[in-house]
Every structure is written in C-alpha cells, then in structure tokens.
Design a protein around this ligand. Structure first.
Ligand code: FES
Length: 576
C-alpha cells in the first residue's frame, strides 16, 4: 500500500510528497529507517516508563525490544518513546501527586505524534494507571505490557514479601521482638530482581485488573518479571497491536462498563489494593464510563477472597503464577463475570477463563473454601465522611469490624511521627487513631500513610491492630483496620477537619457506617471556626499549584477536573 492511500493517522505525516513530508521522513531516516517503512504501515508507539529511578521498571528497555520484534514481524513500524517514570519508593512527596502529570504527558505524546496504536510499558504503582488515563483520553488501539512481579524475597530460609514484611519487621523492631541487625539483613534479600512488588500490592492488583479488563494478553499480571515467558508475551503483544491497529479496535471498545464491573469483582477475588478504587474511577472518567464509589461495594459484596496472597493471605506472586494465574482465579467466579466482553488478545474473556486451570488449590482457593469470606471494598458513609470512605475488610482484624472508641487526633503526619511513641500519649487499645492533612489537597498528593504504625507502648502489650481513620491512602502491601480516603478531606473542609481528641467515633463495618458522635450544631460551629482560621496556601506556583487548585476528591478518583473526558486523537493544526 502506498503511504498516500493509507487510512492510518500517521499517513498525514509520512504519506505526503511535499516539503513537510520530506521533513517528517528525512529526520526519521537518521535513525536508520529504510524508505519502505513509510509505505503506509501502522506506526506503533511504545510508551516506556523505564527509569533507573524506578527499579520496578528498570528492565523495560529490554522488554520494549521484544515488543518491537513482534511489531516488525507483523508489518508495523515500532517507535519507542519515554514517559515520566514514577518510582514509588524514591519520589517525594508522593508519586500520587504526579500520576496526573504522567497522564497528561502520555496523552499529549500520543496525540501529538504520528502514532496509530500504542503499547504501554509500565508497572510500578502509578505508572500503569497514569499511562492508561492518558491513553484513554486519546482512545487509539492500546495494549498494556506490565513489568511483572519480582522474584519472591528470601530471608533466613523463608520467603518475604515486598512492603508487607517491611511493615511487620519494622513493628517487630519497635516492639523489641527483632534486632536491628536482622532488620538490616532482610533489606538485601527482599528485592532480588527487577519487577514490581511481589505481594498483592497496588502494582500486582492493577496488573490483575488490566488483565481482567482485557487490556493485556492473558497471564500478563503474574508472569515473573525475569521469566522468559514475559519476553514472549511482549513479542506477542507486538504482533497483536498491529492487528488491532489494522482493525481499529480502540481502547473504548475494550474499556466498557462491563469490563470495569469485572475489574471490581476481581479486586475481591485477589484481595486487591484499596488504591485500585481511585485509579479505576479516574480511568472511567477519562474513557466516559459511568462509575461510582458505591459500585465498588455493591459489585464486590459477597465475593470471597480466593487468591491467598500477602498482605491479606500467605503467598506471593510467583506462587500465584505457578498455581494458574488470573484465568484460574477468575474461573472460580465465572458465573459472576461479564464473560462475553472482547479483549486485546482477540479472544473473549469467556474463552480465556475457560482455559484457566488451577494447579495449587491452597494458593487459588475454590469458591466454597475461601481464604476469607469478607473481601472487596467496603464503602462507608456517615457524618464523618459525607462523600464516603473505604476499607479493605480482608486486611482488617474481624474483632474490630464493630468499634466505638475515642479519637486520638494528629493534625499532620509530622505531628503523628512526633507524638505517637510519647509514653504520655493518652491512647489505649480501644482508641481510634485519626490523621488529618493527608488528602489530595492536604499533603498535597494523598500519600500512603493511612496505615499508621501503632504506639510503641501498645505494641509492647501485644496489640497488633487498631481502628485508624484518615484522608490518606495506604500501600496495597499494608494491612490493618484502616479506614481510608475520607471525603471530603480535612483540607477541603470535610468534617474530618474538626475532630478533636476525646471525641467519640462509631465504626460499624457490616452496616457501612462511620459517625462522629457529636451534634450537627457542634459540627457546624467547629467548621465555621475552622474556615475562619485557614492560612493562605504555600503552593503558589508550578505543577503543585495546578494540582492543588484542580484535583478532585477521592470519590472522583483524584483526577484534575479539567482532564476528565477525552480530547480524542485528532489534532487539527499542522506541524509547524
Ligand atoms: Fe514499584 Fe512496589 S515499589 S511496585
């Protein structure tokens, strides 16, 4: 086919014989591309969040080469481009602040360049959601290739899990149950290969949701990062994306209301991260699928935890893959899924799930013998969270599902760190720890600090869990009776802002209630005083200001208000 006759959007750049066509092709030929690759074949963008500052994505350059092999083989032209990388363990103040910035970069990189379809290479927590948000606002054919999980961590002859065991070891050191030298030794055995956290943290959760939504080839979520089968999957993805470009199968053909419902049910089956709620809401807002916080509770209600992985259970991602991976897990709830949805593989979800086979029923439990009956996401309401709050019941102590206690309030995470181990702090096992100032606007960026460490003096008494409430998020690798994402957040004038130490709070998980037990008049009076005492924002310039002025609350996915929806793939002005 001649480039002039090609129907691809890249033909507007490469398929012309004028001065501009000369410029577009000639400069690309400096990369060693022969003339005939501009013959009207589809151009496949490979959006790569590789970075040495994002260890989870440090192997993505090599993986991109395997995607390219598949693209060339299928008759496409692969062109790799970078996107901002968000290293969860390295960035300050929190990668969540920059998820939306990454999404803007991805959107405009795809829109502005002569790309007909795109492969998203990412993995660390915010990279995948940010990339999908950006791609959704353009809506070209799109496939995700995830980093894949790290190999299991090893310490003293046993397995240790990313994040989850860090929290456990750190509490053990504070409780005097673990020596500091052992704590330091564990650090070297935890992260043994490239790839994402190998617990069911946010990265593994989101990779599973991507697979459940049909946005990747089967087993993308679980094949270990360094397993040769991930390179094979990357190669096959290269072939598939060319086919999708030719058939014009767009992201919106895959990301439908049905696929979001499948994703929400998948969260329950795998004991997925609470962070998935915010990311799915944001992606739904971009692609134009109606989705609400209440959907998470309603759709995951009654689905037990079947995948027995840390932090809710025992095993790690390697075992999950060897046990049969996501198709085997989804097979257990097949009659609850929307199976006749298309996927990027060309198969329906029904066909993929039918091929699923479980090889280790202690890792992927049968429906009738779950790892935990309460799973999914609880969405709480009450006068403390008028726009909702969430909790992950599978990670909580069941004896705390109903709890009434007095608040011990911390105005910021710095205040918390200063006072939590003070022997004079008036706190006991019945207290409820309340943390403010950690929402999207408040921190800014909504850090993962909601799983507040327990006071040292209570750890010494053997206390392992307490009710904790905040407008923050928590790491997907964390656990505990932790109520998160209180909306509106304190900084936005939600009632959380006026809770005082000593106030009584009622939490009733099964009834989904979270109430501050003071009168409405008192709440209003305190809020009026709070509003009068607000200091001016210290964020007066740059991206921080843009973010703080425009970020939506957690119940809307924390996107920037002006980014909701699509711009589409058409850029009507020429390149000048
Ligand atoms: Fe990157 Fe956990 S730190 S996935």
């Amino acid at each position: 086919m001649s480039a002039q006759k090609s129907r691809f959007r890249s033909a507007r750049t490469y398929g012309r014989s004028d001065r501009d066509g000369f410029i577009h092709r000639s400069w690309m030929k400096s990369e060693g591309l022969p003339n005939d690759v501009f013959d009207g074949r589809p151009v496949i963008g490979i959006c790569n969040t590789w970075s040495e500052l994002t260890p989870c994505n440090a192997h993505l350059r090599e993986l991109a080469e395997h995607v390219k092999r598949g693209v060339w083989e299928a008759g496409g032209l692969p062109l790799e481009f970078p996107a901002m990388s968000l290293g969860e363990t390295q960035m300050r103040p929190t990668t969540m602040l920059f998820r939306n910035l990454l999404s803007m970069e991805v959107e405009e990189s795809i829109r502005g360049n002569p790309i007909d379809a795109v492969v998203l290479l990412g993995g660390c927590d915010k990279t995948t959601p940010g990339q999908i948000m950006g791609a959704a606002s353009v809506d070209l054919p799109t496939i995700v290739v995830s980093s894949g999980p790290m190999l299991n961590g090893k310490f003293r002859g046993g397995d240790i899990g990313s994040g989850t065991d860090v929290w456990k070891f750190s509490e053990a050191v504070r409780a005097g149950e673990m020596q500091l030298k052992d704590f330091m030794a564990a650090e070297s055995g935890m992260s043994r290969s490239p790839g994402t956290c190998m617990t069911m943290g946010t990265a593994s959760t989101f990779a599973c949701l991507v697979e459940a939504m049909g946005l990747s080839l089967p087993y993308n979520a679980t094949i270990p990062a360094v397993d040769s089968r991930r390179r094979v999957l990357a190669h096959e993805t290269g072939r598939r994306i060319v086919d999708m470009a030719r058939k014009d199968v767009r992201l919106s053909n895959i990301l439908t209301r049905e696929s979001f419902e499948n994703a929400i049910r998948t969260i329950a089956v795998i004991g997925g991260s609470s962070n998935a709620v915010i990311h799915l809401l944001a992606i739904a807002g971009r692609i134009g699928v109606p989705l609400e916080l209440a959907d998470f509770d309603r759709l995951s209600n009654g689905i037990p935890l079947l995948v027995d992985l840390q932090p809710s259970g025992r095993f790690l991602m390697e075992e999950f893959h060897y046990a049969g991976g996501l198709p085997a897990a989804l097979k257990e709830i097949a009659d609850l899924l929307k199976l006749d949805v298309p996927t990027v593989s060309g198969q329906t979800l029904r066909e993929i799930v039918a091929d699923g086979e479980c090889f280790a029923p202690e890792v992927i439990r049968p429906f009738e013998r779950p790892a935990c009956r309460a799973s999914g996401i609880w969405v709480l309401h009450g006068n403390l969270c008028p726009l909702g709050a969430i909790m992950k019941p599978s990670a909580a102590e069941t004896s705390l599902y109903h709890h009434r206690g007095r608040a011990v309030v911390f105005e910021s995470i710095e205040d918390f760190k200063t006072r939590i181990d003070d022997p004079e702090l008036p706190v006991d096992a019945n207290s409820i720890l309340v943390l403010k100032g950690c929402g999207p606007k408040g921190y800014p960026g909504m850090p993962e600090v909601g799983n507040m460490p327990l006071p040292k003096k209570l750890l010494a008494q053997g206390i392992k869990d307490m009710v904790r409430i905040s407008d923050a998020r928590m790491s997907g690798t964390a656990f505990g009776t932790v109520i998160l994402h209180v909306a509106p957040e304190a900084e936005a004038g939600g009632p959380l802002a006026i809770v005082k130490s000593g106030d009584e709070i009622l939490f009733d998980g099964p009834a989904r209630k979270l109430d501050l037990l003071i009168g409405e008049d008192e709440i209003e009076s305190r809020l009026a005083t709070w509003r009068r005492s607000r200091p001016p924002s210290k964020y007066t310039r740059g991206y921080y200001r843009l973010y703080k002025d425009h970020v939506l609350q957690a119940d809307r996915g924390c996107d920037l208000d002006f980014l909701v929806g699509k711009s589409g793939s058409v850029v009507d002005r020429e390149s000048h």
